[in-house]
Write a protein that binds this ligand. Sequence first.
Ligand SMILES: Nc1ncnc2c1ncn2[C@@H]1O[C@H](COP(=O)(O)OP(=O)(O)OP(=O)(O)O)[C@@H](O)[C@H]1O
Ligand SMILES: [Mg+2]
Length: 287
Amino acid sequence: MIDQAYALRNLVKDKANYDDDCLVRQTPYTVAITSGKGGVGKTSLAVNLAITIAGMRGGARLIDADFGLSNADVLLSVTPRYTLEDVALGRVAPADAWTQYSNGLKLISSGSGLDSMANIDGVTSVELMKAMLDSASGGDIVIIDTAPGIDDSVINLLSHANEVLIVTTPEPTSITDSYASIKVLTQANPDSQITLVSNCCANPSQAGAVANGLDVICRRFLGRSFQRHEYIPYDSAVGRGIVAQKPFITQYSHTPAASWLRKLAIKLTERERQWQSSRTIEALVEA
Ligand SMILES: Nc1ncnc2c1ncn2[C@@H]1O[C@H](COP(=O)(O)OP(=O)(O)OP(=O)(O)O)[C@@H](O)[C@H]1O
Ligand SMILES: [Mg+2]
């Protein structure tokens, strides 16, 4: 078994770089970040995760798909030349629309205060994402920050992602809104892979209580729950990073939030690796 897997991997390695003879073309692994309630830490998580993943493996992209109210660029203190609106209107090709942030990270934002973006429908938002993903490199991990809530434009995006991180805080309003997101997403895509991220918790046991409570409700009323649970502590470094427009993962890298976020980044990259290799093996078996 091990030998066979080894041989398959080597065969794939030989066929890498996506020439037309390649049995399976790598596609980017997409991680969409959302929440039921607003202001729970999605953008902060998205930006810092993207930077961490880029630093760990290169090949990370960040798409700020909080249509109409994008602010990832503000957190990173960059002024992108193009936005998703430029792509949607054909002013720039998707591949040329990315802004280079660091060696391994490129980003695109949907802009802020743009009517056309704020009112984008679910179908167009997905088409736009597909165009951007096509222009990314096959082995990239793409982090997509979304608006909160259960609008079509959000849920459609989520239902096409490889995995969805639903961010909640311990507040009851945030937990009940997370349930609403899980419910609507499950209706749109029963196979969606959901990770609950309990953010701003005092300690792991508070995060555990949040997850258990939500899990019970999801199982009872939806007949399913989220697949995984992650924890990010409340940490003043997160807010300080935002005020300074310097991501806490680089500016305050020894803080508790940074340490838990790195653990999450490692798990995401591992899942991406497994997903890419299972796709490859499937294609080889079918060939
Ligand atoms: N782990 C944390 N510890 C302390 N504060 C946090 C943490 N995570 C987020 N925050 C704070 O929460 C606030 C909202 O963060 P952020 O903008 O990332 O949320 P959001 O979910 O993207 O909001 P929106 O729904 O408006 O897009 C910020 O002030 C940020 O400093
Ligand atoms: Mg946000």
